[in-house]
Design a protein around this ligand. Structure first.
Ligand code: NAP
Length: 483
């Protein structure tokens, strides 16, 4: 079986910030992979734009190096890299300046899909939108792609939405949350809505609780100054974990189309209860196990920004009343592991005398590493000695189930950029969704900021702060191991 590749329409894609870290690490290598997969057709063109004075060839050299650094050697070859580079051009433009815009306008070809990737600081979004409009470069069909962070609170997110809305309709705006581009994340929807098996049980009556974990081993990776103003709640929970929660909790949309899917996600966010201070644990890693401390990278040596957060949320609707969702994410943890675990309730009555061990079924959806699904089921412990029960996994690794195809699957950025060209917004966040997520997150953040709460220290390389364990223990539950 091979991955089916459907070529997209020819396009002119302008990457503002085309020389930046994101463009070098993700966007341009991703486009190269789509080119070699045959998805990007011959007429398409990619134009890098930034302030640096570079020639087309200078830009191509930079992109060649980026491909060599970020595309594995067995997935590239010199001939296809050379072909790909022929589709590249560069233009020196200052988002706040006047030169370069007319030249860019002349480069745009009629009849091509036009997309503008704003891979620059959000403070420049307004300038770019304004100038694209002023110089008649963006037409009514053009798309713009904007990166996270989309605001740092409700007011700033609203302001960004307003700035973009001055010149672009909502159906032209693609807000990236790269989590939604991950194959396994989309599989959440396939698992839920393409199988009859789960839906009848997918409610508070049968589900005891849900755990969503995104654990990272990395530190703030040279983003110390940015991260210190953000923290785990803004950087991860308000966007990525919120999206995962929505996909688990949403009602079945009437169709897999952008409005229907995003309407249902929005309803979940709006149904989230405020989170009580006692249901939040914030942590900050300290030097241990050979790893450094958060404060080594922070701008402020007294920083009280959290590099870890765990919280318990409730969704007030018919489906979920009474089933808590526990979310946690952090840096410098024991292992890199992202998963969603859905723990079902115990059977109402046990016909077996054996009372040892766990009795619940748990459905674990692993997002990384080793993407797959695992359903914990109870069976009889083998051997004589009566009817003793044990829990065993029905384990499916997507790599094993799909073989080589799993390796050919486009990564999140590749898929999302192709969706922009196709004009499919299903996997992008709508403006009202982002605002609703901030409206939920703002009071939580303001709460600890107002109280001046200090995060609890946890050892680098550990599972997080002790109090996060208590958050679960208190409710007679426990986190799954991070491994
Ligand atoms: P970066 O490495 O600092 O690159 C910024 C880019 O913008 C450079 O190409 C820079 O080139 C250009 N630029 C800066 N000022 C400009 C101006 N006035 N006019 C035109 N171009 C200008 O930043 P980045 O890490 O690539 O991040 C870009 C965006 O993606 C940010 O919003 C960031 O938050 C977001 N993001 C990044 C990552 C990541 O992994 N890096 C992940 C998620 C989101 P010149 O200086 O030559 O103009």
């Amino acid at each position: 079986m091979a991955v089916r590749v459907i070529p997209v329409e020819p396009f002119d894609l302008v990457i503002f910030g085309g020389t930046g870290d994101l463009a070098r690490r993700k966007i341009l290598p991703g486009l190269y992979r789509r080119f070699t997969a045959g998805q990007m057709t011959g007429e398409s063109r990619i134009i890098g734009a930034a302030r640096a004075e570079l020639t087309d060839d200078g830009f191509r050299d930079m992109v060649r190096e980026a491909i060599e650094e970020f595309v594995p050697a067995d997935r590239r070859d010199a001939a296809s890299v050379a072909d790909f580079l022929q589709h590249l051009a560069y233009i020196a433009i200052d988002a706040k300046g006047t030169s370069g815009w007319e030249q860019l306008g002349r480069l745009m070809r009629p009849g091509m899909v036009r997309a503008f990737y704003f891979s620059v600081a959000p403070a420049l979004f307004g300038d770019l939108a304004e100038r694209l409009h002023q110089h008649g470069i963006a037409d009514a069909q053009s798309r713009i792609v904007v990166e996270k962070p989309f605001g740092r609170d409700l007011a700033s997110a609203r302001a960004l939405n307003e700035v973009l809305a001055r010149h672009f309709r909502e159906d032209q705006i693609y807000r990236i949350d790269h989590y939604l581009g991950k194959e396994t994340v989309q599989n959440l929807m396939a698992v839920r809505f393409a199988n009859i098996l789960f839906e009848p049980l997918w409610k508070a009556e049968y589900i005891d609780h849900v755990q969503i974990t995104v654990a990272e081993t990395v530190d703030v990776e040279g983003r110390g100054a940015y991260y210190d103003k953000s923290g785990a709640m803004r950087d991860m929970v308000q966007n990525h974990l919120m999206q995962l929660l929505c996909l688990i909790a949403m009602e079945p949309p009437y169709h897999f189309d952008p409005s229907a899917v995003r309407d249902e996600k929005l309803k979940v966010i709006r149904a989230l209860d405020p989170v009580k201070p006692e249901d939040i644990v914030r942590g900050q890693y300290r030097a241990a196990n050979g790893g450094g401390s958060y404060l080594d990278h922070a701008e402020n040596p007294e920083s009280i920004t959290e590099s870890y957060i765990a919280l318990k949320c409730h969704i007030s609707n018919w489906r979920w009343k009474g089933t808590p969702f526990y979310l946690r994410t952090g840096k410098k943890l024991r292992a890199r592991s992202s998963e969603i675990a859905i723990t079902f309730r115990e059977p109402p009555h046990s016909i077996f005398d054996d009372e040892r061990g766990w009795r619940e079924n748990v459905l674990v959806i692993r997002l990384q590493p080793n993407e797959g699904m695992n359903l914990m089921v109870m069976i009889k412990e083998p051997g004589p000695g009566g009817m003793r029960l044990m829990q065993v996994p029905l384990d499916m690794s997507f790599a094993q189930a799909l073989g080589e195809v799993a390796e050919d699957v486009p990564d999140a950025y590749e898929r999302l950029i192709m969706d922009v060209i196709r004009g499919n917004q299903t996997l992008f966040m709508r403006g009202d969704e982002v605002e609703a997520a901030w409206a939920w997150a703002d009071p939580i953040i303001q709460g600890w900021e107002g109280r001046g709460d200090r995060p609890q220290p946890y050892d680098a390389g550990s599972s997080g702060p002790e109090d996060a364990l208590m958050l679960m223990h208190r409710d007679g539950r426990r986190w799954r191991d991070i491994r």
